[in-house]
Design a protein around this ligand. Sequence first.
Ligand code: MN
Ligand code: MN
Length: 264
Amino acid sequence: MKFADAGEDYPKARFVIFGIPHEDREMSFRAGARLAPNAIRDASYNYESYHFSSGMELSEAKIHDAGNFELENGVEFIRRVVEDGKMPIAIGGAHSITPPLVSSIKGDFGVVILDAHMDFRKSYLGSPASHACTARRIFEMLGEDRVVSAGIRSVSKEEMEEAEKYGFIYYGMNSIKNLEEKIPFEKIYLSIDMDVFDPSIAPGVSNPEPFGAGYEVFDFLKAISSRIIAMDVVEVCPPYDDGSAALLAAATMREVIAWKARQH
Ligand code: MN
Ligand code: MN
C-alpha cells in the first residue's frame, strides 16, 4: 500500500516517502514501532486530498512512495533522493534510524528534533545505537550549533549534566511557539519523535510522556517548511492505541508537504 496521494513516479516526484520498519533489539518500554510505516499509510486515507489550511491539492503535489526498506538500504536511498533534488520523508521505525539517515546526507544543514525526551545518553541498555541516544549521536556527528531539540519534558540527571557541559541546545515544552527564530542554521533535517505530542492525541507511541504538544507543532511546521530538506517521523507504536498516533503522524507529513508544495 502507498501513502494517500502518492501517485507520482520517482523521476517526476518532488516528495519521496519511504518506510523503515526498524526497531531496536531492546525497545525500552513498548515494542511495535516496526508496524508504523504501514499503519501510517493506512491512516493517510482518512484525509481529503485537499489540504484545508494551505489550500493545496495534495494529489498535485508530486508525491512518490518508494515502499519499505531495511535500515542500511534506507540510508543509501535517502542520499540518492537528496542528490536528485527531492525531499525525502522517512517513516520509522524507532528513533534509532535518524543518526544513520542524517549521516548519509551531504551538505550544509542542521537537525531539529521534536521529542519529549532528550535522547542524549551515551549508551542505553548496552547499545550506543539505541533510540535513547539519537540526539547524542547526531550532536557528536554534526557538532555544536547544528542540532536543536525541543519539546523536552523527560531526561535523566546524567543527560542533563552532559547537555550543559557540552553545550547541547535544548528547549522544553513551552518553547515550540516561535522556535523557528531560535534555530541557528538555515537548512533543516526535521526529526519528529511522535511522543512530542500529548498522549491524549497520540497514545500509541513507544514511550508516552503526559502533557505534551498540540497544534503549536503545526504552526512551527508551517513556519519552517521552506527550510526543511529532509524529514522523518518516528516512534509510532500501533499496537498501543486505536490508530490515533498513526493518524496524527500522517497529518504531520501532509502538513509539511502541503506548505512546501505551495512554495512552487
Ligand atoms: Mn526520541
Ligand atoms: Mn521520545
